[in-house]
Design a protein. Structure first.
Ligand code: ADP
Ligand code: MG
Lengths: 267, 413
């Protein structure tokens, strides 16, 4: 839902980032207001996951220029755990398996860290079990997954549901969901999309990174951005996604070539 | 470097001095003491020149007071499981004195003892090992118990080593289809040495589940031989957790006398500061269709040193043996050292023998995933370290699981 007067939650300005010696983000600009759903599309390797990881604070990526503010605060100055506690959530493209750490305990520790930041009281194991059982419904997940190790041996779809379960517990204000639809069959896609729709409201915002129109059939974006070579090349409404579906990404190459060449970065 | 050259000399001197200071041979172990003392007077002390001691320096012992420790009773011992008999081993008094043993558990008579004592050490070819002879020379008491056929029992053994030497000798005979869950707690409260020699003979179809938690300190050493003989269809599970010892050496020695038995070994050793922990396990299959499932884990922090050597012997008569051994180390410091080596000797041709060794650090992606959910970096790494240990901790039986609070293991790691 677009409301021009809604508060800006996330503002990315001319963001440049590299991994090791390789420049990947080359000037990303994006403004996200409360209530909005954004879709970021683009070919493999265009830098979508890098953008999401930079926003979450992954140590492998170095920001070389630009700024990100989250509700007026310098996001890039914060440790990853602080970003999460104040309401920035990254749904991983490849959720990490952590053998030996119980999913239930992990969810409880994470939820309490977020609650403490918001001035809420810590949930003991019993209170948390009640909460988590209720939130399991959002993604129609079997409670048996709580007793397993974090993501260990989960199928692709189960991992993605576990990501949305975490989102349902942490109630972020900005959720960046990186290819949450990949590896899902039709039913799982419907469930996951339903969960995201349920969690979206006028006070929060969602950034969906995806390849496919089919997710956007289930979650209607307010804006669609096309990313190429580390920048947002074009922004439009939901019809831009349909156009991409029809025409593919070849035009992106032409548009890139037509633009002033990006100066070569010297390592 | 100079230290490791002088250490054997210092240790040899220490040993000879120590032998002189021992009380006169006495009691029902008199003959054993005599033999041990004679052997120690002759045996070269372990040094890095011996393959089995290549990485493990016993220099710490040379600084110890070798007199028998007066072991404090009830000193900070962990709670036991309700209804389970607990025996306190103090090295001096008879652990069975004033104790009413439950049905199915009986002390060995003197004649049974003289027959059985040392049998399993010989069968597992370790009766002349230096740490075993040291125990022979010094042990004043032996806890010798028989578990009657078809009975099922639980038992706890606890010991606290004060300054000095605490020699512990245990002999268990499990009759046919007898079952014993044995939780053992060994701790150190002073500069000293805990010397443990445990022998167990498992009759046909018997089950032993031994869980040991050994929590030491920088100026204390633990030398432990756990020797098990298994008749067919028996099952032995040994889970050992050791942390905090200046020096800890475990030698589980298992022999499946006619194969067809099952052995499960779980080990976790944690080293920090300048601690050394060394596990030399030795499993031999003297018959077909034996099974081994072994997982050894180590956490190495600070300038700690962790050694694992896993010998598995599968001779020609041990066809259709199924053995799996895995050693995994979590390296928390670039100054810690790890030496891990499988030592498979397989002659039989129709066997399954899997082995592997991994060394890893805390994984950046796992840490980041936890952090990205609001979990602080130090809490995230504590969760991951605990997860690493959990795979062994969860296999500790009975009360031993509670004795081993993870926080104690990795207080500083
Ligand atoms: N940790 C990394 N190490 C090396 N190269 C990386 C790393 N992360 C991303 N890249 C590279 O950056 C480019 C963008 O990757 P990514 O952000 O994953 O793209 P997308 O998500 O759009 O497919 C790719 O060329 C990829 O190989
Ligand atoms: Mg990606």
């Amino acid at each position: 839902m677009i409301r021009p007067d809604a508060p800006v939650l996330l503002e990315i300005k001319d963001l440049h980032a590299r991994v090791e010696d390789k420049a990947i983000l080359k000037g990303v600009n994006l403004t996200v207001r409360a209530g909005e759903i954004h879709a970021v599309m683009g070919r493999n390797g265009s830098g979508k996951s890098t953008l999401s990881k930079v926003l979450a604070g992954h140590p492998a990526y170095t920001v070389t220029a630009g700024a990100v503010s989250y509700r007026g605060q310098d996001l890039l100055a914060l440790d990853p755990e602080l970003r999460a506690r104040i309401g920035v959530f990254l749904g991983f493209q490849y959720p990490v398996e952590i053998p030996g750490v119980s999913n239930l305990e992990f969810l409880r520790v994470a939820t309490n860290a977020r609650r403490a930041e918001q001035g809420g009281e810590e949930l003991d194991t019993f209170a948390f079990e009640d909460l988590v059982r209720e939130r399991l419904n959002v993604v129609q997940m079997d409670p048996a997954f709580l007793d397993r190790s974090v993501n260990e041996g989960f199928s692709g779809g189960e991992k993605k549901r576990n990501e949305i379960l975490q989102m349902a517990l942490l109630e972020p204000l900005v959720a960046i969901l990186d290819e949450t639809d990949s590896g899902l069959d039709i039913d799982a896609l419907r469930i996951v999309a339903g969960g995201v729709n349920q969690l979206a409201n006028a006070d929060n915002a969602t950034v969906l990174i995806t390849h496919y129109q089919r997710l956007l059939d289930a979650i209607t974006p307010d804006y669609v951005h096309v990313m190429a070579a580390g920048r947002i090349l074009r922004t439009g409404g939901k019809e831009l996604a349909l156009e991409l579906e029809e025409r593919g990404y070849d035009w992106v190459d032409q548009e890139l070539a037509a633009q002033a060449p990006v100066p070569l970065e010297v390592a | 470097m100079a230290a490791s050259l002088t250490a054997p000399m210092a240790l040899a001197d220490w040993t000879q001095q120590w032998l002189k200071g021992l009380p006169v041979v006495d009691g029902r172990l008199a003959a054993v003491q005599q033999r041990g003392r004679e052997a120690l007077a002759e045996l070269p002390v372990p040094s890095s020149r011996q393959e089995d001691w290549r990485f493990t320096d016993l220099g710490l012992l040379a600084g110890l007071d070798g007199t028998l420790a007066s072991s404090p009773r009830d000193a900070g011992l962990p709670p036991g499981a309700p209804g389970v008999l607990r025996l306190v081993l103090d090295g001096r008094s008879d652990p069975l004195e004033g104790v009413a043993l439950p049905a199915g558990l009986a002390p060995l008579s003197d004649s049974e003892l003289s027959q059985a004592l040392g049998h399993t050490l010989a069968a597992t070819a370790c009766e002349h090992h230096w740490p075993v002879e040291l125990n022979h020379a010094a042990a004043q008491q032996v806890l010798a118990l028989r578990v009657a056929s078809r009975s099922s029992l639980s038992l706890e053994l606890v010991s606290t080593q004060a300054a000095g030497l605490l020699p512990l000798r245990v002999l268990l005979v499990l009759e046919e289809k007898a079952e014993l869950e044995l939780c053992q707690f060994a701790s150190a409260r002073g500069a000293g040495l805990t010397s443990l020699v445990l022998e167990a003979h498992l009759g046909r179809g018997a089950r032993l589940n031994h869980g040991m938690v050994a929590l030491g300190r920088n100026d204390a050493a633990l030398l432990a031989h756990l020797a098990i003989e298994q008749e067919p269809e028996s099952s032995a599970t040994l889970a050992t957790v050791a942390a905090g010892w200046g020096l800890a050496r475990f030698e589980p020695r298992i022999r499946q006398v006619d194969g067809s038995a099952s052995t499960t070994l779980r080990g976790l050793q944690v080293v920090d500061h300048r601690q050394v922990a060394d596990t030399h396990s030795h499993i031999s299959f003297s018959g077909p269709e034996g099974e081994l499932d072994q997982l050894h884990k180590a956490v190495a922090a600070g300038q700690g040193r962790s050694v694992f050597n896993g010998a598995v012997r599968v001779p020609r008569e041990a066809q259709r043996t199924n053995a799996a051994q895995l050693s995994r180390t979590l390296l928390l410091s670039d100054r810690a050292r790890i030496d891990t080596k499988p030592e498979l000797e397989i002659v039989a041709d129709d066997v399954k023998c899997a082995h592997g060794a991994t060394v890893s650090c805390l994984q950046t992606d796992e840490l980041f995933y936890l952090q990205s959910r609001g979990i602080a970096a130090d809490q995230a790494s504590a969760l991951l370290k605990r997860a690493f240990c959990e795979e062994v901790l969860r296999d500790l039986p009975g009360a031993a699981r509670q004795w081993c609070r993870f926080e104690h293991l990795l207080a500083s790691a």
